[in-house]
Design a protein around this ligand. Structure first.
Ligand SMILES: [Zn+2]
Length: 282
C-alpha cells in the first residue's frame, strides 16, 4: 500500500501480509504522535488482545521530529529522534499484539495545514482497507493543535467515503486534556481495568518521552484510576480504571454538522449543569 510520504511504513508484528493485517482490523486508532494511541485507545487494544476474532491496528500520523528530548536522547538530532520514536512505536505494537502499525510520517505542519489533502487521502486508504467497526481518535476539546487537526482530518476523510465504509462508532478520547468535565450522560465510559500490566507496558516502552521526567506511564494509569473513582459518588460496584470518550459518530452521519458547534454543545451542557446546581443551592 502506497502513501504520500515515501518514508511511511506499515509494520505487522506477526508477519502477516499487509493487506490481510489491515483487512482483519476491527478496532482502529488514529493518533497524532507515537504513544498517543497507547494513551487514548487502550480500550481498543484490550478488546482485541489475545483474540482471534478481533484485531486492533494503529495509525500514527506524524513523524515525532519535534519531540522533546533529554538524558541519553539529549544529543539526538530531529532525524535521530524520529528513528527512536518509530522504534518505540513498533515495540508498543509488538507488546499490544497490534494487527498493523501504520506510520504516515507527516510533519506537524502538514497535519495542521487544512489545505493539505494528503493526510486525508492516506487516512481514506487505510479506512477502506481496514473497514473497522470502531475508530478511536483525539477529542475535539484537546488542547494540542496537532491532535485536534488529526481529528478534523479523520472526520473529513470519513465524510469523503461512501457510507458503507464508515465505522459504526467514532470516538474522541483523552490525551492532552481529560474528559472528566463532560456531563455524565455525555460521557462514553470505557472500562479498561483488565491487564493493568499490559497497560503499563504499552506506555512504558516510550522511554524517550518519559526520560525527561514526565511519567506518562504513571500519569495515564492515574488518570484512568481517577476517572473510575470519581465517576459516581455513591456507587461501589464500579470498574477500577476508566477512559472517557466523546461520541463523534454523529459528525460522520451528518455531514452538515459543524465540528465546532458539535463540541460546543457539550460545553454548553456542562455550563448549564454547573449553573443549575449553583442556582439550586442558592
Ligand atoms: Zn500527541
Amino acid at each position: 500500500m502506497d502513501f504520500h510520504k515515501p518514508s511511511s511504513e506499515i509494520y505487522v508484528p506477526d508477519g502477516a501480509a499487509v493487506e490481510s493485517a489491515l483487512a482483519r482490523t476491527t478496532h482502529l486508532a488514529i493518533g497524532a504522535h507515537q504513544d498517543d494511541n497507547e494513551i487514548m485507545a487502550y480500550h481498543g487494544i484490550l478488546e482485541c488482545f489475545g483474540r482471534e476474532d478481533r484485531h486492533f491496528s494503529a495509525v500514527t500520523v506524524t513523524n515525532g521530529a519535534g519531540s522533546p528530548r533529554d538524558g541519553i536522547y539529549a544529543r539526538f538530532t530531529d532525524d535521530g529522534m524520529q528513528k527512536v520514536r518509530r522504534a518505540e512505536q513498533k515495540k508498543a505494537a509488538h507488546v499490544g499484539e497490534y494487527s498493523a502499525q501504520v506510520s504516515l510520517d507527516y510533519t506537524s505542519g502538514d497535519v495542521k495545514d487544512s489545505k493539505n489533502a494528503h493526510v486525508v487521502e492516506d487516512l481514506q486508504k487505510i479506512v477502506q482497507a481496514a473497514h473497522p467497526e470502531v475508530i478511536y481518535t483525539h477529542n475535539l476539546a484537546d488542547k494540542h493543535d496537532t491532535h485536534v487537526s488529526v481529528t478534523l482530518r479523520t472526520i473529513r476523510a470519513l465524510r469523503g467515503l461512501p457510507k458503507e465504509a464508515h465505522p459504526k462508532h467514532l470516538y474522541g478520547c483523552e490525551v492532552w486534556r481529560n474528559l472528566d468535565w463532560l456531563n455524565d450522560e455525555d460521557k462514553v465510559v470505557f472500562n479498561v481495568q483488565e491487564r493493568e500490566n499490559l497497560a503499563m507496558s504499552l506506555v512504558g516502552v516510550f522511554d524517550s518521552q518519559i526520560c525527561g521526567g514526565k511519567r506518562y506511564d504513571l500519569a495515564t494509569w492515574g488518570r484512568r484510576r481517577a476517572n473510575a473513582t470519581y465517576l459516581a459518588s455513591h456507587a461501589v460496584d464500579v470498574p477500577t480504571a476508566v477512559i472517557y470518550g466523546v461520541d463523534l459518530t454523529p459528525l460522520i452521519e451528518n455531514e452538515a454538522m459543524n465540528p465546532g458547534d458539535y463540541i460546543q454543545g457539550f460545553i454548553d451542557r456542562f455550563k448549564a449543569e454547573v449553573s443549575a446546581r449553583l442556582a439550586k443551592l442558592g
